[in-house]
Ligand binder design. Structure first.
Ligand code: HEC
Ligand code: HEC
Ligand code: HEC
Ligand code: HEC
Length: 437
């Protein structure tokens, strides 16, 4: 009887669309026609930007020449990748599903169009969704962005959806996991920040025309949303019995690397208010939860305090039992889920930037950035904020240059995870804060 009710409830939930489609599912919903169908010189393969078009139409050229996604498959052919696959007993890395899922647009055979090539790596449709239904219509100027979305184009302009998409490869998700075993075989550690990474190799520009077609753009908001979505992803991986646990141990990739990987003579332990843990305890990697608090404070101060308390409760629960950990993780997950839409709708203006920096610095001075991963996120957050100050238009050139120099100095303190020193980081953050307008 119980099984029957559960089954029924499941069916009803699906029927009413309560199952939220993941980014991976949305991308794979329709057939992928292949990069070759996008790259003609009158489509996205122009060598110079078009003048009288909504978009530059040179996206393919930029992707091919500058974007590492275009080389993501070729990475798998290199000795370093082959060595990783060999150590894991996977055979050829270019044939291994687990590698291809993130290093290419790995659609099943039935979802590959005639011109699709796996060697194109992370191609257009790996981010923009299968073009089967919209390829022929989307260039028509009478067709709106909303029309494209109903035909399966992925909403990359929406910060929550974009974060979920990028993180499906840059952090891993349930069906696409980068495990500690893969790291152990030599895979680089993954780290991601939505605003910074969105602008590293862009084939797009935010113009008045873009805003008219797709809505407002706000870099600090993207940073905030990216932190919240990554924090949610951490909890959902931890709660999943398949991905969260490996034998008697929890999946180590969800924990702070340096909690285990530091020198025996290091002796740098100290208390952190955000965990309340004593020495010698393996900590969850809470970097995104830490930075999400600062992003949340201008939107809803009480909620930021709740995230702080529930994160601390989660850390405490990990020292008690698996059951207690799940209860605490679910509580925090529910809080985050309710907050993300509010953060995504918030207009971070220039007045909200200084309080964010000030709160980060105050906590840093209390030892909150003892863990490298949080410090690295704080550096990327600071970059988002510096750029927002610039975009506000009130900085003169000299002031902007000073801020960038302070930012470079801050980045320098997180350049090497094995040489991270908290006092150096705190001093650099203090310097940056002092130079802020
Ligand atoms: C969850 C997604 C994911 C999976 C699974 C994954 N990778 Fe990666 N891999 C990445 C990302 C993202 C990067 C880039 C990291 C960065 O620079 O931020 C990367 C980087 C690499 C690099 C370094 C590339 C360079 O330019 O230095 C190698 C080598 C590599 N991966 C090989 C593999 C192999 C082999 C497998 C399969 C065993 C694999 N990867 C599985 C996402 C993944
Ligand atoms: C790693 C993910 C990713 C890949 C791969 C990718 N894009 Fe994009 N693309 C984005 C994001 C993010 C945006 C910016 C948000 C938006 O405009 O929706 C964007 C925007 C665009 C735009 C819209 C610009 C505008 O003003 O509206 C076009 C056109 C575009 N991409 C074409 C391509 C083509 C063609 C390829 C393949 C050659 C490609 N993209 C590959 C993520 C990607
Ligand atoms: C299908 C998986 C996949 C998706 C989706 C994806 N990426 Fe990537 N990304 C990769 C891989 C794999 C690499 C490493 C490629 C290499 O080293 O050549 C990478 C590399 C990058 C790099 C270069 C990193 C560096 O250290 O220089 C940036 C920036 C980046 N991705 C941004 C994004 C953004 C922004 C999004 C979302 C709009 C996104 N990616 C979505 C797989 C993906
Ligand atoms: C709970 C402790 C723990 C955590 C947390 C942890 N590791 Fe490990 N790591 C280990 C152990 C144990 C080994 C295995 C050492 C061996 O095989 O001798 C290992 C091995 C490795 C290796 C291979 C080193 C070698 O000697 O070949 C790498 C690389 C690695 N881990 C990276 C990471 C990264 C990146 C993270 C964070 C995302 C991480 N680890 C988190 C305990 C941990």
């Amino acid at each position: 009887m119980k099984a029957m009710t559960t089954l029924l409830a499941g069916t009803l939930l699906c029927a009413f669309g309560a199952h939220a489609e993941t980014a991976v599912e949305a991308i794979a919903a329709h057939k992928h026609m292949g990069v070759a169908t996008c790259s003609s010189s009158v489509c996205h393969g122009a060598s110079q930007p078009f003048r009288d078009s909504d978009i530059a139409q040179n996206e393919f050229a930029i992707w091919q020449e500058f974007d590492p996604h275009a080389k993501a498959y070729q990475v798998l052919e290199q000795p370093r990748a082959q060595e990783i696959a060999r150590k894991l007993g996977l055979g050829d890395a270019t044939k291994a599903k687990v590698c291809l899922d993130c290093h290419a647009d790995n659609m099943p055979a039935a979802k590959r169009g005639e011109r699709f090539q796996i060697s194109d790596g992370v191609g257009c449709e790996a981010c923009h969704g299968g073009a089967q239904l919209w390829l022929n219509s989307h260039a028509d100027r009478k067709v709106t962005y909303a029309d494209d979305l109903t035909k399966g184009m992925y909403p990359t302009a929406d910060p929550i959806k974009r974060a979920q998409l990028c993180l499906s490869c840059h952090m891993g998700e349930k069906e696409r996991m980068i495990t500690h075993r893969i790291m152990g075989a030599g895979h680089p550690r993954l780290s991601f920040e939505l605003d910074t990474f969105t602008w590293l190799n862009p084939h797009y520009k935010i113009t008045a025309n873009w805003i008219k077609r797709k809505g407002e753009w706000n870099g600090v908001r993207d940073w905030a949303v990216g932190q919240g979505v990554a924090a949610e992803n951490l909890l959902s991986l931890l709660l999943d019995p398949k991905t969260g646990w490996q034998g008697i141990f929890p999946e180590l990739v969800l924990f702070n690397c340096q909690a285990c990987h530091k020198l025996m003579k290091d002796n740098s332990w100290g208390p952190r208010q955000g965990t309340g843990l004593g020495p010698g305890v393996v900590r969850l990697n809470d970097a995104n939860l830490v930075t999400f608090r600062y992003a949340l404070a201008p939107v809803d101060k009480a909620a930021a305090q709740r995230v702080f308390e529930q994160t601390r409760a989660l850390h405490q629960a990990t020292t008690q039992s698996r059951e207690a950990t799940f209860v605490a993780a679910r509580a925090l997950q529910a809080t985050l889920e309710g907050l993300l839409p509010k953060v995504a709708a918030y207009n971070y203006d220039a007045a909200s930037l200084n309080p964010i920096l000030a709160a980060m610095l105050a906590d840093a001075q209390q030892g909150e950035f003892r863990d490298y991963a949080s410090a690295e996120q704080a550096a990327m957050a600071s970059e988002s904020i510096v750029i927002a100050f610039e975009n506000d238009g009130k900085l003169d050139k000299a002031h902007a240059a000073t801020l960038h120099a302070k930012l470079d100095a801050l980045y320098d303190t997180v350049k090497d995870e094995d040489k991270y020193s908290m006092p150096r980081f705190v001093a650099a953050l203090k310097d940056l804060r002092a130079a802020a307008p």
